[in-house]
Ligand binder design. Structure first.
Ligand code: ZN
Length: 117
């Protein structure tokens, strides 16, 4: 089964790589897009993901965090500070890990859906 070019581009973006070649870096910083690929020169900086990355991150993590909060609230044997510190650390860590990957995946998907030049 052949994988569509837009899916390949999205998977490359998920890894933070250029959606065109898969070798160059997509980001110049944590979330700052590089203006162009360092390897093939593709102008990936022109693709704007807008508000979708944080929106999707919240959409994915929200139900999970709600469930974990409910579970932690029922664990009365654990001290409150431990539950709050654990949930807070998990939430911040999960956002920091997911946000650039989701942004990269969206940029890659948008790159793959461009009309042919
Ligand atoms: Zn490239």
């Amino acid at each position: 089964m052949a994988v569509s070019p837009s899916r390949i581009a999205a998977l490359r973006g998920l890894r933070g790589r250029c959606p065109a070649c898969g070798k160059g870096r997509l980001f110049a910083g944590y979330l700052k897009q590089a203006p162009a690929c360092t390897d093939c020169g593709a102008a990936t900086g022109e693709i704007e993901a807008g508000d979708w990355p944080p929106w999707l991150t919240v959409l994915l993590l929200g139900p999970l965090l709600a469930a974990l909060t409910f579970i932690a609230a029922r664990r009365e044997a654990w001290p409150l500070w431990m539950r709050l510190a654990g949930l807070g650390s998990f939430a911040v860590g999960a956002v920091l890990i997911l946000l650039p990957r989701i942004k990269g995946g969206l940029i890659g998907a948008l790159w793959g859906m461009r009309p042919p030049a």
